[in-house]
Ligand binder design. Structure first.
Ligand code: AKG
Length: 302
């Protein structure tokens, strides 16, 4: 077996994913201009599509600049650096001000229009074979280098149980996100596992109130709704591999509501922050989880 040239070890919440080829692999890229039937088949088989260069790189970088420029007043950026670079100041930032800015950003018309760029809604129109709907609750996150906390392993339906399970997530890197910067990692073949796990949760949740049944935090779930923070243990248990990628500005990953994913630590040493957004689309005619009908807020408990 060949040894993969990944930076090893990759960290996530203090756990180490080794570059053993049985436990780590590469995400498969897709051509966004391939025939839609091909992409649909690939999506069904893999649980994700990594659409290389579907967006205009310069437009993505311009939005990155706009985003980080808005946080300059809160001390997030290193003085005298270009906001496009997103270099962390290393100082203790003003958390109250950061929260205020983030609450504004998720309401920006520029953010809304970023999420509704023609290549995105045209892709979903083709994938769904009909008009798509974008959930109002949209998340945009930056990750500072060496931040000890990363997104734990989960599948998205956990948080969207009151709507259709054909909801799809777009994870969009806003800037280049090489493996070392801690982008999303996907557990190979886990769309099938997610379906099985959700069926088990559904059976266990049967006697609960409707509110508890759809909750990501009911007594059968962890306090975060995550399956685990221990990514290597999950891969061992399911005998699978974490798939990593060097994402570039202009890419978009689409993943199913059952696909298990997580993030790794941003381990770059030049201060660059990882910026990404994750937004959800579904067919407009399918049932929408009404809890997602409001803009994201820190205390929305989802
Ligand atoms: O960006 C992250 O760290 C998490 C994103 C995520 O969980 C998602 O796209 O569903």
């Amino acid at each position: 077996m060949t040894t993969l040239a990944y930076p090893a070890p990759l960290l996530s919440n203090g756990f180490t994913i080794t570059n053993d080829p049985a436990r780590m692999g590469r995400l498969t890229p897709s051509n966004p201009h391939a025939p839609i039937n091909e992409l649909r088949d690939q999506y069904a088989a893999q649980g994700y599509l990594w659409l290389k260069g579907i967006l205009d790189r310069n437009a993505v970088l311009a939005f990155r600049k706009r985003f980080f420029a808005a946080y300059q007043v809160a001390g997030l950026l290193k003085p005298d650096t270009d906001p496009t670079d997103g270099i962390y100041s290393g100082a203790v930032e003003d958390h109250a001000q950061i929260a205020k800015i983030t609450h504004e950003v998720v309401r920006w018309a520029a953010y809304e229009s970023f999420c509704l760029q023609a290549p995105i809604y045209e892709f979903y129109t083709a994938l769904f074979g009909g008009e798509p709907y974008l959930h109002k609750r949209k998340l945009i996150r930056y990750v500072k280098p060496q931040d000890a906390n990363s997104t734990g392993a989960h599948y998205d339906l956990t948080y969207l149980r009151a709507g259709t399970d054909t909801v799809a997530t777009s994870w969009i890197p806003i800037g280049d996100v090489p493996v070392k910067m801690g982008g999303l990692v996907y557990l190979e073949g886990s769309d099938t596992w997610g379906r099985r796990m959700e069926a088990e949760f559904r059976a266990k949740n049967e006697g609960m109130s409707r509110e508890d049944q759809i909750s990501a935090y009911n007594k059968n779930m962890s306090s975060s709704g995550w399956l685990t923070k221990d990514l290597p243990e999950l891969a061992n248990r399911l005998d699978s591999r974490w798939l990593v990628a060097d994402y570039e500005a202009g890419d978009m990953v689409v993943h199913s509501a059952y696909m298990i994913h997580a993030a790794t630590t941003n381990e770059v040493d030049d201060g660059t922050m990882r910026l990404s957004t994750d937004i959800r689309f579904q067919r407009v005619r399918d049932e929408v989880d009404v809890r997602w009908n409001n803009h994201w807020s820190m205390d929305d408990m989802l």
